[in-house]
Design a protein around this ligand. Structure first.
Ligand code: ATP
Ligand code: MG
Length: 617
């Protein structure tokens, strides 16, 4: 996998002195545990993705947090695939996930694990729980189980199978494993407390029958452990110290502790045990981050696949030209909190600008060209003007830009009837051709429909940039240009935000939007617990209604010849336009240049949103 050498591992953009790390509650906990030597100074975290999709921006927050905490403390962070549901999981997703983590700049060393690595041990421990009288086989139908589960306000009632003897349970569980029963016939449950105020402690299911081929273990198993059971034990087996997950798992922590405490008391695990901590998941305005919605975007072809540059996936971000350092900067800047927050998309875009500003060489592109003729410049003649590759990095060198009598400029750099405060070209006005001469507009040609086709100027030979006295004459406007005979056509994809409203699916008036965070539900814990997950659907408005119809525009632009040599994934600032990246798959140097706009130079979206707090959960 290719990582640009300049992508050094820091939250700070290339070339910017690194700031001290701000404290947050997790850093404070780790520091305290180190001070008391709770884990003998060890810090082991893990990032536990389910290999059933591509990573999104929310995962980036979790990755930076987990790998960052470990790295800051000389510890390790494990990449653990939480592959307990054979139905949707695939090696293809695993590989893409691993590559995205590496792209973000992190390395798990030898610590690449799978929940499925522990299936045999998890099974053995399940038999141990049965033998201890702490688990039983339940043969109720799912409907019966649901009916006895109770509600948030009402306790549940015991299953009629709760009193089965350990030997009967063991016999049934072994038959479950041996494939004697169809899917759904029985489950294994913990025997905890059907009256608990915490629903997660009402005899949670820990094994179910699923006659399905697993992408790693094949047909070895036809019973699979559930997340809550597999997760804590996987943490303990890997001797994780700090198990960090998102807020919706806070109610699962008592179960996490119950499992590990029983096993440690029974001599099945050694202490100190890992501890779970919860932080607020990332919610970003103008985006959706739930896997279900991302799948829908791809399946319904609202985007061109998982790595569409508009997708909030890490493969999409990379293709868009967002940078790993930009994500690390973003994660550091937004911090980690215990209460749900909404982060304005502009914060992420600003982090990308900041990083790209530091790392991207400058180039010229004219996106919407009209011809400018220098009436007093000898036709057939040309000269080279010198443009620096980066204004703050003279050591990065410079390149020549050929000037001739016929140029391309941006259509909107000329106005026949300039509004007040317009300092670019208009009849009689003067501007500097960046890196070239001061020119004065002497007229314009129009076509039959009144569109300006050619702008005429004269240039002042005494004002060439970089020559003595050139700076003596001041003009307010400064525009970019390319020599028409030398410019190279390129495909440029102008990407913008995928959604036009801050809370997709909750569109409507500005006032409604401002109140939306309370209406936007926190995601429920993962579907494998039996909840059908995710979001409230009001049946009418969906997030697809709020797609931005202008999120992608493909144009043929003119670019300076040097851009033909750009390497795929090389970042540039197109002066006065924004940051662009040579497309990773379609850009073919030197014949077929293709650039994607990563982000404009300035935020063109409303600024009134800011970062706002949701209701703590
Ligand atoms: P989704 O909720 O989008 O379907 P997921 O949580 O099911 O994603 P996993 O692969 O299980 O996806 O997540 C791996 C890790 O990433 C988990 O520890 C989870 O807490 C974390 N994570 C997922 N979404 C976010 C988010 N929006 N912000 C921060 N961390 C997240
Ligand atoms: Mg989830």
């Amino acid at each position: 996998m290719h990582v640009a050498p300049s992508e050094q591992l820091s939250a700070t953009p290339a070339g910017v002195a690194s700031a001290p790390l701000a404290s947050n509650f997790l850093r404070a906990i780790v520091a305290e545990d180190n001070r008391t030597s709770k884990y003998g100074g060890r810090v082991v975290t893990r990032f536990p993705p389910e290999p059933n999709g591509y990573l999104h921006f929310g995962h980036a927050k979790s990755i930076v947090l987990n790998f960052g905490l470990a790295a800051e403390n000389g510890g390790t962070c494990h990449l653990r695939f939480d592959d307990t549901n054979p139905l949707n999981e695939a090696t293809e997703f695993e590989n893409a996930i691993a590559e995205s983590v590496r792209w973000l700049g992190y390395d798990w060393g030898d610590h690449r694990y799978h929940a499925s690595d522990y299936y045999a041990e998890l099974y053995r421990l399940a038999e141990w729980f049965i033998a201890e009288g702490l688990a039983y086989v339940d043969s109720q139908s799912p409907e019966e189980m649901r009916a006895r589960r109770g509600t948030l306000t009402q306790p549940g009632t015991d299953s009629p199978y709760r009193g089965r003897s350990a030997s009967e349970n063991l016999d049934l569980f072994r038959q479950m494993r041996a494939g004697a029963f169809p899917d759904g016939a029985h489950v294994l449950r913990f025997k905890i407390d059907m009256g608990s105020a915490n629903m997660n402690l009402r005899d949670p299911t820990i094994y179910r029958i699923r006659h399905a081929t697993h992408h790693r273990t094949g047909d070895t198993w036809c019973i699979y452990p559930l997340y809550d059971y597999a997760h804590g034990i996987s943490d303990a087996l890997e001797r994780v110290t700090h198990s960090i997950c998102t807020l919706e798992f806070a109610d699962h922590r008592p179960l996490y502790d119950w499992i590990l405490e029983r096993l440690a008391d029974g001599g099945q695990l050694s202490r100190p045990l890992p501890r779970q901590y919860e932080f607020a998941r990332l919610n970003l305005t103008y985006l959706v981050l739930s896997k279900r919605k991302l799948i829908q975007l791809v399946d319904e072809r609202h985007v061109d696949g998982w790595d569409d540059p508009r997708m909030p996936t890490l493969v999409g971000a990379r293709r868009r030209g967002f940078t790993a350092a930009g994500f690390r900067l973003f994660a550091e800047r937004i911090g980690v909190a215990k209460a749900g927050t909404w982060i304005d998309m502009a914060v992420l875009e600003d982090c990308m600008r900041e990083d790209l500003n530091a790392r991207a060489q400058r180039r010229i592109a004219v996106l919407d060209p009209i011809t400018l003729v220098l009436d007093n410049y000898p036709s057939g003649q040309s000269e080279e003007c010198i443009a620096p590759n980066h204004p703050q990095h003279p050591e990065w060198g410079e390149r020549p830009l050929t000037l001739s009598s016929e140029l391309f400029i941006e259509r909107d750099d000329f106005a026949e009837h300039p509004p007040k405060g317009f300092f670019r070209l208009s009849p009689g006005a003067e501007v500097r051709l960046r890196y070239g001469y001061i020119v004065k507009c002497v007229g314009a040609e129009k076509d039959a429909t009144g569109n300006v086709t050619v702008v005429h100027c004269t240039y002042d030979p005494d004002t060439r940039s970089g020559t003595p006295g050139a700076a003596a004459r001041k003009v307010k406007g400064n525009i970019h240009w390319l020599s028409a005979a030398h410019a190279v056509p390129a495909e440029v994809r102008l990407y913008d935000r995928l959604f036009a409203t801050p809370f997709p699916g909750f569109g409507g008036s500005a006032a409604e939007r401002m109140s939306a965070p309370e209406g936007v539900p926190e995601l429920s814990p993962r579907a494998s617990l039996g909840d059908e997950n995710d979001d409230i659907d009001d049946g009418e408005r969906t997030f697809a209604d709020d797609l931005n119809p202008n999120s992608k525009r493909v144009i043929t632009a003119f670019v300076e010849p040097a851009l033909q040599e750009a390497a795929a994934e090389e970042h540039f600032q197109f002066e006065r336009h924004g940051y662009f990246v040579a497309d990773s798959s379609d850009h073919v140097p030197p014949g077929k240049p293709v650039f994607n706009r990563s982000v404009t130079l300035r935020d063109s979206w409303t600024k009134d949103l800011g970062t706002r707090k949701g209701t703590p959960t």
